[in-house]
Design a protein around this ligand. Structure first.
Ligand SMILES: [Zn+2]
Length: 304
C-alpha cells in the first residue's frame, strides 16, 4: 500500500526543518527544526537524519516514507554543485543522504520545491503556468509551464537570483560571479552592502531609512528594488505565466519592495503578457519548501 504521507526537508544555511506531510492535501502533520553550526556535508546529513527521525516518530508513522530534501543551491542530479550559504561545491548530497537514512532520497532545489508546493496546494493551485520568486537570504525562482516544473537542460532553469543587473563587473555574488541581482537584493548580500555604506540593519531597516529621507539608504534601496522589480517583470514578459507567486522573508518584511515589484510588473511587463495575470503572495508561508519537497520527493520516487 502506498503511504499517504511523505517526508519533506527544507535545508537552510543554518537550520533544517523536517516535516511529515500528507501527499495529497499538503497538510503538515508533524514538524521538527534543527540547527547545524557545523556546515560540513556529514554534519548537515546527520542533522537531517535526526530531524526526519523525530518528525516520523512525532507523527506516529509506521513504515518507510518517501523523502524529498530541498536545498538552496544549484543541483546536477542529486549532486549539489554550488550552495553558497552552506559553502558547498560539488557535494554528492544524494549519496550521503541515502547512506545515512538507509533509503533513496530525492534532492531538489529549494525554489523548485516551494513553487511546486504553491502550485499543488497553495496560492497557485488553480493555475497551470506560474513563475515563483522568493526573496530571503538569497533570491530564487522557478517556473511551472503547462503543469510541469521547468528544469532546463542542466537542471538549473529559473536561477533568477543570478540574472545580471550590471553589464560588466558589479558586486561579487555567493555563486562566484559578479553583478547578479542576488548580490544587491538578496538579504545577506544587501546587509553586507549596507554595512559597507555605513548603514545599519538589513532589508527591512533599509526600506524604512530610505523612505525617511536617508539619501544613502535611498540610493541602495532604489538600485536593489528597481533592478529586482525589472528582473521579475522581464520574466513575466519572457514566460507569460498565469500567476506570479512572490514570497520569502525579505518580501514579507518589506512591503514597499513588494509593492514596487507588483507595480513594475503592471507597467513594464509586455502588455500582452500580463492580460489576466494574477500576482499573489505565497500562501503556505514557511511551509512551501517542506510541503513541496515532500510532494516532489514522493512524485519523483514513485516515477522511479
Ligand atoms: Zn550569483
Amino acid at each position: 500500500m502506498v503511504n499517504q504521507l511523505a517526508l519533506g526537508v527544507d535545508l537552510g544555511g543554518t537550520n533544517v526543518r523536517a516535516a511529515v506531510v500528507d501527499r495529497e492535501s499538503g497538510v503538515v502533520t508533524a514538524t521538527v527544526k534543527g540547527v547545524h553550526t557545523d556546515k560540513s556535508p556529514e554534519a548537515v546529513v546527520a542533522s537531517i537524519a535526526r530531524a526526519t527521525d523525530e518528525a516520523t516518530k512525532l507523527a506516529g508513522v509506521v513504515g518507510r516514507l518517501s523523502c524529498g530534501v530541498a536545498v538552496a543551491g544549484q543541483l546536477r542530479g542529486d549532486v549539489v554543485s554550488v550552495a553558497p550559504n552552506l559553502g558547498w561545491r560539488e557535494v554528492p548530497f544524494g549519496l550521503l543522504l541515502a547512506a545515512k537514512l538507509g533509503r533513496p532520497v530525492a534532492v531538489v532545489n529549494d525554489l523548485k520545491a516551494a513553487a511546486w508546493g504553491e502550485f499543488r496546494v497553495g496560492a497557485a493551485r488553480e493555475e497551470t503556468d506560474t513563475f515563483t520568486c522568493f526573496v530571503g537570504s538569497g533570491i530564487g525562482g522557478a517556473t511551472i509551464a503547462s503543469g510541469r516544473l521547468v528544469l532546463g537542460a542542466r537542471g538549473v532553469a529559473g536561477e533568477i537570483g543570478h540574472v545580471k543587473v550590471k553589464f560588466e563587473g558589479g558586486r561579487l555574488c555567493g555563486c562566484g560571479e559578479y553583478g547578479c541581482i542576488e548580490a544587491y537584493a538578496g538579504g545577506v548580500n544587501l546587509a553586507a552592502w549596507m554595512a559597507e555604506s555605513g548603514l545599519e540593519g538589513g532589508a527591512a531597516e533599509l526600506e524604512v531609512q530610505a523612505h525617511a529621507g536617508n539619501v544613502e539608504a535611498l540610493r541602495l534601496w532604489d538600485f536593489a528594488s528597481s533592478s529586482l522589480a525589472l528582473v521579475v517583470a522581464n520574466q513575466v514578459t519572457a514566460l507569460n505565466p498565469g500567476m506570479v507567486v512572490l514570497g520569502g522573508g525579505v518580501l514579507m518584511r518589506c512591503p514597499k519592495l513588494y509593492e514596487r515589484i507588483v507595480k513594475t510588473i503592471e507597467t513594464r511587463a509586455l502588455a500582452a503578457s500580463r492580460v489576466g495575470l494574477k500576482i499573489a503572495f505565497a500562501a503556505l508561508g514557511d511551509d512551501s519548501g517542506v510541503v513541496g519537497a515532500a510532494m516532489l520527493g514522493s512524485e519523483l520516487q514513485s516515477r522511479g
